[in-house]
Design a binder for this molecule. Sequence first.
Ligand SMILES: Nc1ncnc2c1ncn2[C@@H]1O[C@H](COP(=O)(O)OP(=O)(O)OP(=O)(O)O)[C@@H](O)[C@H]1O
Length: 590
Amino acid sequence: MTTFQFLMRLITFRPLLYAVNALSWTIIYLIPIVPGLITQQFFDSLTGEDTLKVGTWGIIALLLAASLARVAMIYVGCITDVQFRFRVAMILRRNLLGHVLKQPGARAIPVSPGEAISYFRDDVDQTEEAVSWSVDVFGLACFAAVSSYILLKIDVQMTLLVFVPLILVVTVAQLATSRLQKYRAASRESTARVTGAISEMFSNVQAIQVAGAEDRVIARFRSFNDDRRKTMLKDKLLGETLDAVFTNSVNLGIGLILLLAGTKMRGGEFTVGDFSLFVYYLTFVTQVISNVGKFMTYFKQMNVAMKRMLELLQGASAKVLVMKDALPLRKGSDAAVKQEKGANVREPLHTLEVTGLSYRFPDTGRGIEDIRLQLRGGSFTVVTGAIGSGKTTLVRTLLGLLPKDEGTIAWNGKPVEDPGTFFTPVHSAYSAQIPRLYSDTLRNNILLGHHEGGGALDRAVHDSVMEYDIAHLHQGLETVVGPRGVKLSGGQMQRAAAARMLVREAELYVFDDVSSALDVETEQKMWERLFEGRGNATCLVVSHRRAALAHADHIIVMKDGRIENEGTVDELLASSETFRELWYGESASQ
Ligand SMILES: Nc1ncnc2c1ncn2[C@@H]1O[C@H](COP(=O)(O)OP(=O)(O)OP(=O)(O)O)[C@@H](O)[C@H]1O
């Protein structure tokens, strides 16, 4: 989709509202023609050359009426513009969010959260700006056509001599604004680098001190600041120069008119009223050119914004951005009802069968290949293997958090078409390797909107061995855990994440390395409690720790993205070198 097509799709998103908005602003731009003509009549009336014959009070009344009409139209125009702008921004943000939410969880956004926020905020704003200014271009073109016609009718030579050079000067200055945009972008980028460096330094003081890297860090910070100084200077200098050109061009134009009009007036070809009309319209010429220029700049920026938003869509068509009614967030919408219904039908797990499951990360080509496994209902299966062997990728691909390249997944013999939607409570619950906590109370972090009823929270706290920690936390479950849970220890964060999973009833619980920051005793307790309380639950656990391996009915050993071996602890100790290294390696390190 070209930028122009994108613009047109957004314009036609609400065609009636756009038409009303365009009409309002065209009238707003055309109304100043009237005071110009009235002023011309006023001055001509002083020399007895007027044709209107309404007297001084009549002229004042007409001027007031024109001003009031413009004020009223601006009021209407602001309402239609704001309405249209918000609708354009809303459709873009809604479609972006809809697409992100439909993506496999682990690949939802290809950039950092901070960058994603800037796509949602700045790129949408820039697009909104371009669509909104397209209205002004039409209104300004109408103004330019009508006023040029009037002036040309009065005096062709004078119009061309005054306006053509002026238009050229202002257009050249306007063209330079595209350079100004570049300087502005560069200065914004350099400012972002400086603030980014400050935030990195503050959050990594300990790492900088331990590595003795203070000088190096300060030197890097200094180079960012130097860069910022240069880009800001260029930006300011060009900005001020252009401002001076725009402000003074009207004065130069008036001077030119005075010079030319003097001789013409003496010859009687030009009246005082004509002179006032020329001066009056002159002030609008710069406005016309700078506003058309503004639109052209916004249009170019919209092209960049569109490309950036497409990056966030990860290969999806630009049509996704301009779809109507895309997100089933409203309760009662078809898709929301379908999703809710699908999620609530509980089907006890007898067997989960995975065949030929593969996923490769596009950028590294690493991942998992041809995974075949079977989980029986109520079993405890551990996936183990060295660092980077593909354990996390396996569970994420199984759960639909990564989009599988190949393979089938069957729940009780029935193929699972969309794992991302299917593997949620009540079918399964998952606890990721890196716990994601919010700056909220521990209770809210565990529940995440889930209903607390039936003692589920107490049970989850007990099963994740958190009762002792909660008793010693300042405000127990009401303790606010700080951004990303920084007020908790690594082990507390992991168990809070486990409690979040266990508070949800599910057939299959998937633990990804949830015990890596726990001491042996706590981990042991956690598995025991899980067995006592949830004997029927099926567990798939990623771990290389003995406490988990010793409980396993079945162990899968991963190597280089493939299943290298599988069996019980005894079988694997006899048959797998990799497993022996993991088993004895851990005992050596304890
Ligand atoms: N986001 C990613 N992009 C590209 N490659 C990745 C990504 N995540 C993992 N990989 C690669 O895929 C392979 C498997 O990684 P994975 O995280 O599944 O291993 P793991 O066995 O869970 O490791 P660990 O024990 O450290 O958690 C590794 O070689 C890793 O480098």
